[in-house]
Design a protein around this ligand. Structure first.
Ligand code: GLY
Length: 366
């Protein structure tokens, strides 16, 4: 078994490692033992994600002298609710969880967001371990400490920054993931390159063969995590550069809001959104149209939709999409806030974009 890769997230006393690749779980054994001082590992798990890996997890924990205590959830956005948070914290209090005990999240981003928020508020803050089982969670949501739930007012509006003590991004967790979900996570790797890591983007362009093969993916996951770690170390609370991570997301969230229910997944919306952000940048004379074509080519190689016509869940309509973009919580003052680019690896925050310009652009893309 090859040695897992380690990417540090440098945040002073809150620094932590992301262990990536084959055997990351086994390599974390001693650290898990230290984080679970009462001899039990409390794991909030997406039941379906845990099932194929439960025996291995139990064996690793047993090797560290820990018993496994599972709090089972279903995955999906609906668990990011006040009701789920209340139920989860109630179960943790029933277990008499102590402040020094870690809470472990096993699953995709929604499980990590809910469990992370519970860890942030349990006894005013417990350590937290992420075991992300989707590519999207491995390269994005498990790193950086954003936790939270959705409310009737919108997504992720209640939460806390609570950094994990450890992230275990084991490749074997991805082996059972449907290809469509893998591709969705790949969009976030492409995003990292386009924002500020042209060398990573060129490595993605140079991939021959299947970009979603686990051997190919593992070093790319480490590259994307290292990129995110740099951004988070510079701007943990999203006062400045962290907002760049929203490249493709303002367009993407609009598609998600307008899509037929259940038809479109986040990474697909982001993939198309990334290309639109580059095309819009080219329309404004900020970058070359060729940059958008390069982004499309890399995304399409992974089977991702790069054109509105290829996006599931349509048809989409420019006026409605623009209105959705107008209600994005990142907007400040007049006009739309978008992440645009002056070229590959040269993204920047553009404030005050005229909705009429965006609507005309989208109408031309539909
Ligand atoms: N997913 C964007 C961020 O962590 O800031």
């Amino acid at each position: 078994m090859s040695k897992p890769l380690t990417v540090p997230v440098e945040l002073g006393p809150a620094s932590y490692d992301v262990l990536i690749g084959q055997g990351a779980l086994e390599a974390a054994s001693d650290r898990l033992k230290a984080l679970c001082p009462r001899g039990r590992a409390i794991v909030v798990a997406d039941e379906a994600a845990l099932a194929p890996h439960r025996a291995r997890l139990e064996a690793v924990l047993a090797g560290a002298g820990l018993s496994l205590h599972v709090i089972a959830l279903s995955g999906g956005e609906s668990i990011k609710s006040w009701q789920s948070l209340e139920a989860l914290t109630g179960k943790l209090l029933d277990l008499n969880m102590e402040r020094g005990e870690a809470l472990i999240a096993f699953g995709g981003g929604t499980v990590g967001d809910l469990a992370g928020f519970a860890a942030a508020i349990m006894k005013r803050g417990c350590p937290f371990v992420q075991m992300p089982t989707t590519l999207l969670a491995q390269v994005d949501s498990s790193v950086g400490g954003k936790t939270g739930i959705n409310t009737a007012h919108g997504k992720n509006l209640v939460g806390a920054f609570h950094q994990p003590a450890l992230v275990i991004a084991d490749s074997a967790f991805l082996a059972t993931l449907p290809r469509r979900e893998l591709a969705a996570g790949y969009a976030e790797i492409v995003k990292a390159g386009l924002i500020a890591d042209a060398a990573l983007f060129e490595r993605l362009e140079a991939v021959t063969g299947d970009p979603l093969a686990l051997d190919t993916l593992t070093p790319l996951i480490a590259d994307a995590v290292a990129f995110k770690a740099r951004i988070v170390a510079e701007d943990e609370r999203e006062g400045s550069v962290r907002a760049l991570l929203n490249l493709g997301h303002t367009f993407g969230h609009a598609f998600e809001a307008d899509a037929a229910k259940g038809a479109l997944i986040h990474g697909e919306a982001v993939a198309c959104g990334i290309v639109l952000a580059l095309k819009y940048s080219a329309c404004k004379g900020l970058c070359d149209a060729a940059d958008a074509r390069r982004a499309s080519a890399v995304l399409e190689k992974a089977g991702l939709p790069a054109r509105i016509a290829d996006l599931p869940g349509g048809p989409y309509e420019a006026t409605s999409l623009t209105a959705r973009m107008g209600s994005d919580k990142k907007n400040a003052g007049a006009g739309l806030t978008l992440i645009l680019a002056r070229g590959i690896g040269k993204a920047f925050i553009a404030k005050g974009e005229a909705p009429a310009d965006v609507e005309a652009f989208l109408a031309g893309e539909i």
